[in-house]
Design a binder for this molecule. Sequence first.
Ligand code: G1P
Length: 298
Amino acid sequence: MTQNIRRVRKAVLPVAGFGTRVLPATKTIPKEMLPVVDRPALHYVVSEAIEAGIEHIIFVTGRNKGAIEDYFDSAYELEDQLAKRGKDDILKNVMSTITEPGSMSFVRQQAAKGLGHAIWCARDVVGDEPFAILLPDVLVKAERGCLAQMMDAYNEVGGNIIAVDAIPEERVNSYGVIAPVDGAQRDGNLIQMSGMVEKPPIGEAPSNLKITGRYILQPDVMGILKHQAAGAGGEIQLTDAMATLMNVQPFHAFEYEGQDYDCGSKLGYFEAVAAYAAAHPEIGGPARAIMREMSGAG
Ligand code: G1P
């Protein structure tokens, strides 16, 4: 690692959203806690952060999200019961959700003002060091986690890195989209960028490379977010602040290996459950057989 590349120790996970696209399921359960086979979607995202070397997770949370704090805490009665009944395998799984004491922080976003505002709410806990952001709506299924792949690239080039993936043109208006530098040399999975825009109208997007929901950013973005005006959808957009930061700091897009699923939508959630069930060590075989049977039945 080059000397002036500072290590990324903290990750911000914004979890304050209502989950309106999957109501009424999310009326009483935070959307991040919806199960994907045998664990909440959020568990996969936290595991991805830890695999990448993250030591401290900062949740930007809101009302009715208490289940998230409890999930990563010890559940003494449950653990005691499982131990007494000799259910060691299950106990091991339950204990795996408990993180190092003091390695999680929770800050509140009182009003839904957008992703940029949610990230800014974490500024004091992030402090003056580079940090990662993982949007927990998005699961990325990959052999090596998406953030770990990005971290490898970061350790080479430093600066700011965002994960991108090609999508069909007709979906660009649902995402942040990057503008790659014309004719720039590709450096492995890294792409040089000249700009980015949040939710461009179809036909006006600078490329078909969408921002996937994994970021490594320098802390300077917080100062920009503080004064960031509302953008697309009337919300304070992280993409707009990053576009400003790009003018003064190195910024790369990173095309990761893996498949992403948008668990905030009904179809994306269904697809995630199917993909994770098919790959599950315990139920993968029968799950694939069921899916084959269902598709055969038309
Ligand atoms: C957010 C970001 C967007 C990104 C997307 C990934 O949008 O603002 O740039 O492409 O997540 O899922 P949202 O899905 O919150 O509208």
